[in-house]
Structure formats: C-alpha cells, structure tokens
Design a protein around this ligand. Sequence first.
Ligand code: HGY
Ligand code: MN
Ligand code: MN
Length: 414
Amino acid sequence: MNDLRIDGGRLWDGLSRMGEIGATPAGGVNRQALTDGDRAARDLFISWCREAGCSVRIDASGNIFARRAGRRGVAPAVAAGSHLDSQPAAGRFDGALGVLAALEVVRTLNDHGVVTERPLEVVSWTNEEGCRFAPSMMGSGVFTGRFDAARMDATADTEGRTFGAELERIGFRGDDLVSVTELDSWFELHIEQGPVLEREGTAIGVVTGANGLRWFDLVVTGHDAHAGPTPMAERRDALLGAARIVAAVNRIGLAHLPGASATVGSLAVHPNSRNTIPGRVAFTVDLRHQDETRQAAMKDALETEAASICAADNLELDLREIANQPPLRFDPGCVAAVRGAAAAQGLSWREMVSGAGHDACHLAARLPTAMIFIPCEGGVSHSEQENATREDCIAGANVLLHAVLKRAGVHAGC
Ligand code: HGY
Ligand code: MN
Ligand code: MN
C-alpha cells in the first residue's frame, strides 16, 4: 500500500478543467461565492464525484459532501477537501487543489480496489473566501456551529443581494442534514500562499496550526462639500480621515511583529466624485497574529487610533468587528499522519503555521484536523499570477492520500 500513488495526469487535467470555469483574460479565475461561475464549478465537481461512485449530499448552506463507503459503513468518515469559490482576481489553485486532490484520493482507491475501514468524505465548503459575503469560511462556520445560519443568510453583497437568496438562485440550498458527528477527522491540502516553502526549496508544509484572524468594517462620515470654494480649514473630509486610519493599520501591523499582519483590502468612497470632498468612506480591516494576546492588542490599538483620528478631524466613526477567529493548533495525531506520509515518500518537509485562514480552522474546533501545504510561485496567492507546479501538486496529493489512509485504515483483505 505504501507504494500507492495518485494519477498525477488526471489531477492536473482536473485542475486545468476547473480553472476554465470563471477564467479571466489574465490567466486567473473569478469564481466568487454563489455566482454562476461557482454554480458551474459545483456542478462539474458533483458530476465527477458521482462518476467516482460517491453518494452526494448538499446541506442547507450549500456545502457539498461526497461519500465513498468504507467497510465499517456507519463509522464517522475521514473527510478531506477545501473550497471552490475564489477571490475576484484569483488563481486556479487556492481551494480547488484541495477539493480535487481529495477527489483524486477516491479515484485512486477505486482504481486499485482499496477498501478503507472508515468511509471517506470529499467536501467542498461554501464561501470560504468571504470577499462577496463576509465573514470568510462561512459554510464550514455554520456546519461546525460557529456561525448562525439565519445571520449568514441575511448577509448582503455590495449590490444588496443576500447570501440566502443567491444560494437559492443557483439551486444549492440543499435539504440534506449532515452532522459534524458523521465525520472522524479533516485533512486539507492547500498552496502555502506565502514564500517560505519555495524560498527554502521544501516540498511539503506540515501545518501545525493557523494564525488568528479578526475582521472589522469601518465607516468614516464627514460632510460632502464642493472641492473648490470650501476652505481647507473648514472641511470634514472622510477620505482624509480614512487615509490616516489606513496608515495607522499598517503601523499597528509593523508594531506587533513578528507574527502580525494588518491590511485594508477594500475601500469605497462616497460620492466618489473628483470635485466633491468625500462625505463618507466605508472600508475593511483584516488583523492577524499567531498570538491571541498580541492580536487583542492590535484590535485595541485600531480602536484607539481610529477614534482619535476621527475626533481630531471632526468626523464620525462606526467600527464593527465582524469576525474573530483565534489562533489555533491542529491535532497532533493528524499532523503526525501528514508528517509520516511526507517522510515515507522521501519528500522534504517542514512544520509551519498557516498565515491564511482555511475551513480547517473551523473544523479544528470540532474534529482532529491537519493541513498539508505545497509551495506556490513567489509565495503569491489571491492574485491572477498565482501558480504552482504539477510536480508539487502531485506530491501534495500523494501526501494527502497516505495521511487519509493512515487515519481511515485499510481493510486487511486489500
Ligand atoms: O482570508 C483568508 O485567509 C482565506 O484565504 N480566506
Ligand atoms: Mn483557500
Ligand atoms: Mn483564499
């Protein structure tokens, strides 16, 4: 069994085919949650799961579960997968690699007639990215009881379309009841989305945990006024205040190194006219840290600095926290299964903590969980320039195969 390997060509072809859905002219993908592109990706994935003999279920959040039977029919399943939704200007590996590698594990076991003791469950979670509907990791958050389903249904995108209405529009409001108790463990293969593995020339990241993540929505309100005759000293310029807060966010990130990141990724100016002083600016803040206390200090610093900037500029501030994911450690047993699989295949590996959030972060609160990273070119992700090599994708999928087999057990008769 140790010599079992996935069909690398089939995995790579699947990634190429999936990457055609939502493909952008610059060679990336735009497949945001619950768009027609997301629907097409889901339909393709489900067709492949059925071809592989899986029984497919869809829950009320649109999470897709594809089960391969094990000898112990009703035992909790070893689950693996990731997400198919993407950022607006994304690459074709973030999420899709994990989903298709998990499907490739099933296909490989089918090819070789391997019967596992535990069933396997290939899962694609709804709205991992959180860019169209915030917060991120929404489907896995509802599944693990971290997020309230009705509140998530009511979240709206910038056009005012709600998550619930869009889920129904694409036909993925499932009625299957899937409980977290039906799963034994979670394994997720993902590109690193940072520079460490590539810089070191290491093939596999044995991921031992993930940084914490706190998201905030801010609205700074001043007063629209004419850009010409309004005296400089009499303005209530919301964009000037917001710009000062953006600079403060960067300072807060730098002041809490090592292990911190701080980002303003989205900003909307109203009325957004070149000859009108902006009266209102809405923007987002993303704070992350590997240490919970330091992350709380970053939040305090944001609140203090934003309030003092707005007071000094005679502006109103509305600051709301919309996500608070603490730093976490993955299960030592599952991490050992990943490490053992990489070592047994003679792959170079190193332990590391994820700087990005993943569905595994929610699953880890309820199940033994681990992740596997492979390098990505230049450490770049959430970009149309995202890229990974065929060789690294195949190596990562083979590590996933053997980590899953270690956890699921192989029936003696095989
Ligand atoms: O934001 C994240 O870390 C993830 O990519 N959604
Ligand atoms: Mn991802
Ligand atoms: Mn992502």
